[in-house]
Design a protein around this ligand. Structure first.
Ligand code: PRX
Length: 659
């Protein structure tokens, strides 16, 4: 994050009291109530979580053991002798409890006329049918199913169908390339892949099955591919492997009922790959009872979700935000969740506000990058629509700069609505640090206080507690039900990434400080992870994609401040001997990364460099590269260990400006 943004946050003194309207009926009504809940959750951690899990979730077999945890090994078990089923909690029980005809999912397709509404009863029918389709293809408890799909309702149906029969889904964001999909499918050895013919995006039809076909050339574990017809696009067909979704759902013998598999609380629920600072993406594993408890709990308290609300989280289900806050959290509570296929800017920059007006959305949860890009289009777009149904706003994915916060507050929130700035991660399963909307006074740019149950601290590199306002490592001391339980197939990496550096605690990888009021200010990643538009990218991943190109000898990737995206990708590339630096090659390398990883990983800037700043032992000094990418021409700190200090001047001279 840029220095100016950090400084402007350090200076932030404004305080916004929670609105009086809505307080009386809020799940948490005051700061006193928050403080009491927090205190209790720290003093009687197990009691607190047992109560939440008992209240929010229907268990087939109630648990008697709340927690068995050892953060050193690490081994974390929540509610371990309980059994439950997530699809039962997200669908079946609402049919029995009076919500049968309530809208579970309102789906708005990219064309405005494409709307589908699934009541809980209809969702039950679809989920059971697809669960039966999966079973008919030999999928059973513990098997992995990869989902590579656009934002269509079949994605939510497929997720719930998997968890109904105890299969473990692994969703791969549809914007990822064939190579990325292949890596993920190979890693988790999925048996079935569910995809669609194409994705509709900003008026274009982008082939999707084509990528899947390419990926599956080297994925022997996949025996069946189920294809949704989203766009009537032409597809190649592999007889004996490929099946149409719509045909299977109506096939003889596929009934609209399917029993829920009783699952142990610690049975894996899903795998979701996320970028780390080294090596290939990690398959983060979440489990059944803890994850569901945590997402239901946070959806209820942070979004204050009520039965009458229309709730809209604009994320893609391919990321953790979509898993937890489009599908599992809201459906566990019997809520109405809006699922949106389009983009914020098409057909015009008022698309989001038009959708808010159309469905009278009450709760709206989006990302700072979206706010910044819409802010740039001007507030006249927001005034074209009646936004009076909104009662609560949320933000996630990266720190929200105070300017964007104020714009969101004034132009979307009518200077009255609470904004919950929610800090969390793929690994945490759900929101960890956030305001409670009708209790917490807000400071623009701060995620405010840890939620009850969350023992968040800032520590120095040596593990001792930081003082107020002293920046340090954000760690979580006590286990919480939504925390990851593993890195798929790699227990050593699970331990070394999260639990080794600060014994007995979970290390988030973020830098943060706590001010004298106990408010948390997240300062960004401390590792080599870049946050582009709220999406995590590992620099090592992009570098390895670049060096796999025959013309590239070496590459170093860093983040640079970007007005809309928060951070953008800046790549330094050293070409192989005798390869000429041309604009064509620059363009080719950017396309290469798109193909290797996906469009989100394509470098914003690619600078050819004859040499990189290396220490005498050969280590690249990224600190220097980050400074040059950010526009610095001096103050590089200690450069005495550089093998060739002259490299810095050359790099400054060759710097590419973003225009
Ligand atoms: O750096 C933090 C940032 O996003 C990272 C987690 O990324 P991911 O696992 O992809 O999950 C994103 C959605 C939960 C964190 O390590 N981050 C997320 N939310 C915030 C944030 N940084 C500051 N403020 C936030 N509200």
């Amino acid at each position: 994050m840029s220095q100016t943004r950090i400084e402007s946050m350090m200076d932030e003194k404004r305080l916004f009291e929670p609105p009086a309207e809505g307080r009386e009926t809020a799940w948490v009504k005051s700061m006193e109530e928050y403080e009491a809940l927090y205190k209790r959750s720290m003093e009687d951690n197990e009691g607190f979580w047992a109560e939440r899990a008992g209240t929010l979730i229907d268990w087939f077999t109630p648990f008697t053991k709340v927690l068995e945890a050892d953060m050193d090994t690490p081994s974390i078990k929540w509610f371990q002798d309980g059994t439950l089923n997530v699809a039962y909690n997200c669908v079946d029980r609402h049919i029995a409890n009076g919500r049968r005809n309530k809208a579970a999912i309102i789906w708005q397709g990219e064309p405005d006329e494409d709307v589908k509404v699934y009541t809980y009863q209809m969702l039950y029918d679809q989920v059971c049918r697809f669960a039966n389709v999966l079973k008919a293809q030999g999928v059973g408890k513990g098997d992995r199913v990869a989902l590579y799909m656009p934002m269509i309702p079949e994605l939510a149906v497929a997720m719930l169908a998997c968890v109904r029969i105890g299969a473990v889904h692994s969703i791969v964001f549809a914007g990822f390339s064939a190579v990325s999909l292949q890596n993920r499918v190979q890693d988790c050895e999925a048996k079935v892949l569910v995809t669609a013919d194409a994705v509709l995006r900003a008026g274009r039809t982008i082939p999707l099955k084509k990528n899947a076909d390419e990926a599956l050339r080297e994925c022997p574990s996949v025996t069946r591919v189920v294809v949704v017809n989203r766009a009537n696009a032409n597809v190649d067909w592999v007889e004996g492997r490929d099946l149409w979704w719509h045909e299977q759902m109506k096939a003889p013998g596929i009934s609209g009922h399917c029993p829920c598999e009783p699952m142990e609380a610690e049975a894996p629920l899903f795998i979701l790959y996320t970028s780390g600072s080294t090596g290939k993406p990690k398959g983060v594993v979440h489990t059944t009872g803890g994850y569901l408890t945590y997402t239901a709990h946070t959806t209820q308290w942070v979004f204050d979700l009520k039965d009458s609300d229309v709730y809209w989280c604009t994320a893609d289900v391919g990321w953790i935000t979509g898993h937890s806050y489009i599908v599992y959290g809201p459906l566990a509570l019997g809520g109405t969740t809006l699922m949106f296929e389009g983009v914020p800017s098409y057909p015009g920059p008022d698309r989001f506000w038009q959708v808010v007006e159309k469905f009278r959305v009450n709760i709206f949860y989006t990302a700072p990058t979206v706010i910044r890009s819409l802010m740039r289009e001007g507030s006249e777009w927001t005034r074209k629509h009646d936004l009076s149904s909104l009662r609560l706003l949320g933000s996630v994915g990266e720190p929200i700069n105070p300017e964007a916060w104020m714009w969101y507050h004034e132009h979307i929130g009518g200077s009255a609505l609470p904004i919950v700035d929610t800090w969390w991660q793929t690994e945490t399963g759900g929101i960890m640090i956030s305001a409670l909307p009708f209790a917490t006074p807000l400071k623009p740019g701060s995620a405010t206080r840890p939620l009850p149950g969350v023992d968040a601290r800032i520590v120095r590199p040596d593990g001792t507690d930081a003082q107020p306002n002293e920046g340090g490592h954000l760690i979580i001391r006590k286990p919480w039900p939504g925390m990851l339980r593993g890195v798929f197939g790699d227990p050593a990496r699970y331990k070394s990434t999260y639990f080794e550096r600060f014994p007995g605690a979970y290390e988030a990888g973020d830098g943060a400080r706590v001010d004298s009021d106990g408010y948390f200010w997240i300062m960004g990643r401390l590792d080599d992870v870049i946050n582009v538009s709220g999406h995590r990218m590992g620099t090592a991943e992009i570098e390895s994609a670049l060096v796999s190109h025959p013309s590239v000898a070496e590459a170093a990737v860093v983040g640079m401040p970007h007005a809309i995206k928060g951070e953008a990708i800046y790549a330094y590339v050293t070409l192989s001997a005798d390869v000429e630096e041309t604009e064509e090659l620059r363009a080719e390398l950017r396309t290469w990364v798109r193909k290797e990883i996906g469009p989100i990983a394509s470098p914003e800037v690619l600078q050819f460099a004859d040499g990189l700043p290396k220490t005498r032992s050969g280590k690249i000094m990224r600190r220097i590269l980050r400074k040059i990418a950010g526009g610095s021409t001096s103050d590089f700190g200690d450069t005495s260990t550089l093998a060739d200090p002259g490299v810095i001047a050359d790099l400054i001279e060759g710097r590419v400006d973003l225009t």
